[in-house]
Design a protein. Structure first.
Length: 752
């Protein structure tokens, strides 16, 4: 939200209070409180009729400093983000006219006199500052009260994140509202809104408000990042790095880290698609067709019309198309498949659950006590009130019946169109609940899956989320068109979401709206199967590869088998997401924060720390991508390019820029027809671009948790690989060379 008219003036109808003096600075063992009058105070008489702002500094966790700006005292309503706050060791001091609070490597330094200055320092430099014109308590005629902060942006600094955003990856110059919306992937609306931005200067800023947060990033003031909320209070946290990975490690420790996902979820998912006609015969023809064409398939997904139209959600299989769902699911599972079913949190008027939910008080109500309804999506649709424990148990009871039938996981669709003119069971503030509802919805379903299927076996395919939602993977990118521009939109959205603490991400291969031509579909296959999770899904047409052409079948087979051979690598990346909050798919700046050439790179990514992927976004196969310093080697054909520089190449449908970084050790599994196997047994360590002085530890997970660990180092004589807890069979080779099988706990190779 913009409040000013250029540098000098406020917009019409806007009044502002900002610190003009420091009346007192209070220091305790773990916090600093500054009392800041909003006009100069030269005498006792000046304290009369003088509004005052109170700014409190504290630390909820090591390396994180919280700032709370208050005008009038305001009760903080529910819901609130659930933060794992601790009692970190904090140092508070005063010297030379500055009060400082230090937590870990981060220091907040507050000037005790005017003009207002609050610096955040780490590593011997100022990361960002709140200065004389930064803080404001504003009143906007007809709209109410707001509190604003503006933090400085250094020359050459780039900001990222704010959840899933489909425009430019660099957020400088953008106005963004954190507000859940079902708007597709081609506008400034987003399904997944997270009030966190990362800076390539080595810090992050999280605004601790689940309601609408309005950002003006280098827009209202081109050298400042502004954020504001309605009301009398604003709280934000500055999170130290120094790397983006360090920021997310601290942030996800506070807001929650992704759960481990089951190994089978990394395999290929196939859907009925949305409005297509299907029954068991159709489903079986798809599954049998995949098997006949030697296309590995792990999960089959039933989209909306497994239930009857106008009845969503009643969680009852359509008897006309699925008369014996128990037997059908048993037959599908006998083929080695996991089953996913589409759900949402809405109850249509014709649903058998509507009257029951209404009479029990389980549906969200208006202030007059009537059930909130509208006709968008489903006729007479109501909304389950997840703030009511009984309503949540009632809803999950229906899902439990599906799990008993054989369903393994759920696609938790929707959760964005949440009204603000309602009353919640627990008294939650409707404005704050609009964004937060999705958290309660996905958390409830994920917890049920964990309870029934066991820890490590729960997985969702979720569309909406906010801060903390990364705990309930996987999330997909939403409804995009079936075009190359939409493919780019989806990629930018996924990388923006990764910058916001989400470890796993997927998208609809080929796009959702419309039917892609064979060229788009085949290009999207490589991208989709080099993502953390991979799903064939569409709106009004089937997405089986042979519906496009026979080459699409070959491309599907090749890249599916490639992904399954990378399971030793992918599972380890998933473990790191769970343990440290590091995303599986990473923007280039994230992995190379010291390379300014990566700052605006948004159409390629790092799959983990070892592999660069540049999806081909053109009909003719031409792709331009950036290569950081060193010699990078193609995993597919062994060719190499040396950076830092931009590279232009042309690829056929069976290829994509997939480059291993210098000094990479890529563990390749011995199995490529399924995701569930002993990833260490028969593993081959592929070495790329090794030189004397390089070293790396490679961890290869095993299903029983007894990881195999390989220490790889190079000296003048070659590369030495030492194994700890090694499998009975393993091998190591330079990329493109014949395997050298290890006879014992170590093997030495000459340089390639």
């Amino acid at each position: 939200m913009k409040f000013t008219d250029g540098y000098w003036l406020l917009r019409p109808g806007v009044t502002e209070l900002r610190p003009r003096a420091i009346a007192e600075v209070e220091r305790t063992a773990d916090r600093i409180v500054a009392h800041a009058p909003t006009r100069p105070v030269a005498s006792r008489g000046d304290t009369l009729n003088c509004p005052q702002l109170t700014v409190t500094l504290d630390s909820p966790a090591e390396g994180i400093i919280g700032v709370t700006i208050e005008h009038w005292d305001q009760r903080v309503p529910e819901p609130r983000f659930r933060l794992a706050e601790g009692s970190p060791e904090v140092s508070v001091a005063s010297a030379d006219g500055w009060s400082t609070l230090t937590s870990g490597t981060l220091t907040a330094a507050l000037r005790e006199t005017t003009p207002w200055q609050l610096d955040f320092r780490s590593g011997g430099r100022v990361l960002t500052s709140s200065t004389e014109r930064s803080i404001g308590a504003l009143t906007v005629a007809g709209e109410g009260h707001f509190v604003r902060e503006q933090l400085t942006i250094a020359p050459g600094e780039h900001l990222y994140g704010l959840g899933e955003r489909f425009g430019p990856l660099v957020k400088n110059g953008q106005s963004v509202d954190i507000w859940q919306a079902d708007g597709g992937t081609s506008s400034d609306q987003a399904y997944k809104n997270v009030p966190l931005y990362l800076s390539d200067r080595g810090y992050g800023v999280f605004v601790d408000h689940p309601e609408r947060v309005s950002y003006e990033l280098a827009t209202e003031s081109v050298s400042r990042a502004q954020f504001s909320v309605a009301g009398q209070r604003l709280r934000y946290l500055v999170i130290d790095g120094p790397t983006p990975a360090d920021v997310l490690r601290r942030y996800t420790a506070l807001t929650g880290r992704p759960a481990k996902v089951p190994a089978w979820s990394y395999g290929l998912w196939l859907s009925t698609s949305f409005t297509t006609e299907y029954d068991e015969a159709t489903v079986s023809s798809f599954i049998d067709g995949m098997a006949e064409r030697d296309l590995p398939l792990s999960v089959f997904h039933f989209d909306c019309f497994w239930m009857r139209g106008f009845h969503w959600s009643d969680f009852t299989w359509d008897p006309a198309t699925f008369p014996d769902p128990d037997a059908m699911l048993a037959r599908l599972k006998a083929k080695g498949l996991r089953i996913c079913a589409w759900i949402n949190p809405y109850i249509a008027r014709r649903s058998a659950l509507f009257e029951e939910g209404r009479d029990l008080g389980y549906l969200v109500r208006r202030a007059d006590g009537s059930v909130w309804q509208w006709d968008l999506w489903q006729a007479g649709m109501a909304l389950v009130d997840f703030t009511n424990p009984d309503a949540k148990a009632w809803y999950l009871g229906r899902l439990r019946g599906l799990l008993d039938q054989g369903v393994d996981c759920f696609k938790t669709d929707f959760g964005e169109r949440i009204p603000t003119d309602v009353v919640w069971h627990d008294g939650s503030d409707p404005m704050r609940m609009h964004n937060y509802y999705t958290h309660l919805y996905n958390e409830a379903v994920f917890d049920l899956l964990t309870e029934v299927r066991g820890e490590g076996e729960a997985v969702l395919f979720a569309r909406s989320a906010t801060a903390g939602g990364q705990q309930f993977p996987v999330h997909w990118g939403g409804d995009c068109e079936s075009t190359f521009p939409a493919m780019a939109e989806s990629l930018r959205g996924g990388l923006s979401l990764a910058s916001s603490g989400f470890g796993f991400w997927s998208h609809d291969i080929g796009g959702f709206e419309g039917t892609p031509d064979a060229t788009v579909f085949k290009r999207w296959l490589a991208f989709g199967l080099l993502s953390s999770h991979s799903r064939l899904h569409g709106s009004d047409s089937y997405r089986v590869p042979w519906a496009f052409d026979e080459e699409a079948v070959d491309v599907t087979r090749e890249f599916t088998r490639l992904k399954l051979s990378l399971m030793p690598y992918l599972v380890r990346l998933g473990d790191l997401a769970h343990e440290q909050g590091t995303p599986v798919m990473r923007p280039m700046y994230f992995e190379f924060p010291d390379d300014p050439g990566t700052a605006g790179v948004e159409l390629q990514y790092m799959l983990g720390d070892q592999l660069l992927v540049a999806p081909v976004l053109s009909e003719d196969g031409e792709v331009t991508f950036y290569v950081p310093e060193g010699t990078w080697t193609s995993v597919l054909d062994g060719s190499s390019v040396t950076g830092p520089r931009w590279v232009r190449q042309r690829h056929d449908f069976h290829s994509v820029p997939l480059l291993a970084r210098p000094g990479a050790v890529l563990p390749r599994g011995a199995v490529n027809d399924r995701p569930e196997y002993d990833w260490a047994d028969g593993v081959t360590l592929e070495l790329y671009g090794w030189e004397p002085g390089m070293s790396r530890t490679v961890v290869v997970p095993r299903p029983d948790g007894a990881d195999a660990v390989f220490e790889v180092s190079a000296d003048a004589d070659g590369v030495l690989v030492r194994a700890q807890d090694a499998p009975a069979a393993w091998s190591v080779r330079h990329a493109g060379a014949e395997s050298v099988h290890a006879a014992g706990p170590e093997v030495r190779l000459p340089f390639a």
